[in-house]
Design a protein around this ligand. Structure first.
Ligand code: ADP
Ligand code: GN1
Ligand code: MG
Length: 372
């Protein structure tokens, strides 16, 4: 997209000031994100995003969800002394016509946010403080949404973390084998398929009524919680996938990116190690901030979420590899396979830590209960 076209899109939003520059920004796998710098001294910067409509087909539902959630959070925080809703919640900048997004003649969809200045998103955790603050950010987000009337939210991507759904998609990819890659992934397929029964535990607990369905974020990678200049949790972003879910999904997805000493797509598998100090820091931050909104059964399910989420990602990356890279952005032809291998290795490493993870979680949970 050239800068002239981007400028004509930006003009369609209620921008205050003028555009100094527009640059590609962040490392998300889904949308095209740009940072828009303001030429007006002291003026706000913005984030411009082209929405990925091959994934999000119902943009109206997607943006309605986002408006419901951000309005709810801002109203709630404005009643809490010491809170700052403009810094702690994403601000959607409406289009000139008042809508929450713009559709271009070429069929592309765009949205605009206030840029949260002096914040950072990290692909890798560097310190225990950051891990703890990641827990505080996501735990607080979860607690704040606990009394949102979830019937106001549409299910934008049904079955998002449902193992049954993801397993069907993998089987479908295998049987279609559109780019003849199945023959190259026997080892990875075996690692994934042999674990289906063990990884179905959360789904079964949910179906039996042991786990309540909550409003969850569903994409709690560490780079989706912005930390401030002092590494304190400031704002949870990437609100596209807020839907009903189990808390173990959010806990597990965050752990997947927080405890891994290597990148999500690490090629050298021996570099993938689990940092249990980061695990404990995140778990303590999350459980404390989630406060009274965790049942004993939910606390019990969190360690299972830590195995399930890297597993589900491994399954999804492998499915996308077999399908010919139609979902995730890839930087080279084997990228999805490399990501799948790294996630499978992470599952193996986390399986070794299962008992320790459970113990740390239950200690933190009990301490939190007795502190009340
Ligand atoms: P994706 O779904 O592609 O991951 P995100 O909404 O997470 O898209 O945005 C990608 C990156 O852009 C984030 O990881 C973050 O670094 C940055 N970002 C997004 N929104 C903001 C914002 N309002 N202020 C500052 N940075 C942001
Ligand atoms: C995508 O948008 P981003 O990069 O935060 C994906 C997540 C995966 C993640 C893997 C809508 O998240 O589900 O966990 O990549 N988002 C969607 O890195 O599919
Ligand atoms: Mg993101």
């Amino acid at each position: 997209m050239n800068s002239e076209n981007l400028l004509s899109i930006i003009e369609k939003f209620q921008i205050r000031g003028n555009v100094e520059s527009v640059e590609k920004f962040g490392s998300g796998h889904i949308h095209d994100t740009y940072r828009v710098k303001n030429g007006l001294p002291g003026g706000d910067d913005y984030i411009l995003q082209r929405i990925n409509t091959s994934i999000f087909k119902e943009v109206d539902m997607l943006m309605r969800n986002m408006v419901v959630v951000t309005d709810f959070l801002k109203a709630k925080l404005s009643q809490m002394p010491g809170s700052n809703p403009d810094k702690e919640v994403l601000t959607i900048i409406p289009a000139v016509d008042g809508k929450s997004y713009v559709v271009e003649a070429d069929g592309s969809y765009w949205r605009f946010f206030l840029f949260l200045k002096d914040t950072r998103s990290y692909d890798l955790v560097e310190t225990e403080i950051q891990a703890y603050q990641g827990g505080v950010g996501y735990g607080r987000f979860y607690a704040l949404l606990s009394d949102l009337d979830a019937s106001q939210l549409g299910e934008v991507l049904p079955g998002f973390h449902c193992i049954g759904n993801r397993h069907n998609q993998l089987q479908d990819a295998i049987s279609k084998n559109p780019v003849d890659r199945v023959k190259d992934v026997a080892v990875e397929l075996s690692a994934i398929l042999s674990r289906v029964p063990a990884m179905s535990k959360i789904r079964e607990m949910g179906l039996s009524g042991a786990l309540p369905l909550r409003t969850t974020h569903n994409d709690t990678k560490f780079n989706n919680v912005l930390l401030d200049a002092n590494d304190m949790a400031q704002c949870v972003i990437d609100l596209d996938t807020i839907m009903p879910g189990y808390v173990a999904y959010d806990f597990g997805d965050a752990i997947r990116t927080i405890v891994n000493s290597a990148e999500e797509d690490e090629k050298e598998l021996d570099k993938i190690q689990v940092n249990m100090n980061f695990f404990e820091a995140f778990a303590r931050g999350f459980i404390k901030a989630a406060s009274g909104n965790l049942t004993r059964e939910e606390a019990d399910s969190l360690a299972d979420g830590c195995l399930l989420l890297p597993y589900i990602m491994g399954m999804r990356f492998l499915t996308d590899y077999i399908n010919g890279d139609v979902y995730y952005k890839v930087k080279f032809p084997e990228h999805n396979l490399q990501r799948a291998r790294a996630q499978i290795r992470l599952v193996e490493k986390l399986e070794e830590q299962y008992d320790s993870m459970k113990r740390i979680i239950l200690d933190a949970y009990s301490e939190n209960l007795s502190a009340k």
